[in-house]
Design a protein around this ligand. Structure first.
Ligand code: C5J
Length: 223
């Protein structure tokens, strides 16, 4: 069944059998004090507003039987997959923090916040870059599952969310970004990044809200 979700620049046609929910980098290192985000001097509390609406979307997606994919940005413990150019501009990567080595796989801070913990069987995709398609098997997973559309959420709006939407758009996936389920350390960047997605007739995709999505999903899936 196809639901029409109110969005910009126009309704987004969503079929739960061909749509995946992608939850990008809702990791302690970005959302909680002591991790990557705060090491860079950001107010990490700005990202927490996305947690509650995302919890509702996640549970509705699970109930509707949508494919759910969580991503985590980070690197191997030996950091062989961390480009020197990235390290040079984020020299905290790999250093010790109260939550373990920053942005290193297997560390407490690298994992997803408790409120949005992946359910058993959900795909958790580790990525070394900003985009979820770069150096990962995401495209293969989506094609194998018959997915053609993505509901995209997570942090940060203008970095990993935006890069992923651009990558997905170029690969022919239709993306609905949920504005209140994303967040940025710079509120202005959040607003402008969302506008860039839906501008020019939806040059990269659509932008909607969690409430519009939830009220459009099949009955059993509503929050
Ligand atoms: C950043 C991300 N901001 N997940 N990563 O470095 O957006």
């Amino acid at each position: 069944m196809t639901a029409l979700v109110p969005a910009e620049p126009g309704p987004f046609a969503l079929d739960v059998s061909t749509t995946a929910l992608v939850v990008i980098d809702m990791q302690r290192d970005f959302l909680e004090p002591g991790g990557f985000g705060s090491a860079l001097g950001n107010d990490v509390s700005l990202l927490s507003a996305a947690i509650e609406p995302l919890q509702r979307v996640l549970s509705a997606a699970r109930e509707a039987g949508m494919l759910v994919i969580h991503t985590r940005e980070g690197h191997r413990p030996d950091m062989a997959d961390c480009p020197p150019a990235k390290f040079a501009r984020g020299e905290f990567i790999g250093t010790d923090s109260p939550k373990g080595r920053i942005l290193i796989r297997g560390e407490y801070g690298h994992d997803i916040v408790d409120e949005l913990a992946p359910a058993p069987g959900e795909i958790v995709l580790d990525k070394p870059g900003k985009g979820s398609f770069y150096a990962t098997d995401l495209e293969l997973i989506l094609r194998n599952a018959g997915i053609t559309s993505l509901v995209v959420t997570g942090v940060t709006t203008e970095v990993c969310v935006h890069t992923t939407v651009r990558e997905a758009n170029d690969r022919g996936f239709e993306c609905l970004v949920l504005s209140d389920c994303c967040g940025s350390y710079v509120p202005e960047f959040h607003e402008v990044a969302l506008r860039m997605i839906s501008a020019q007739g939806g040059i990269f995709g659509w932008v909607g809200s969690s409430s519009d999505l939830l009220s459009s999903l099949p009955l059993g899936a509503r929050a």
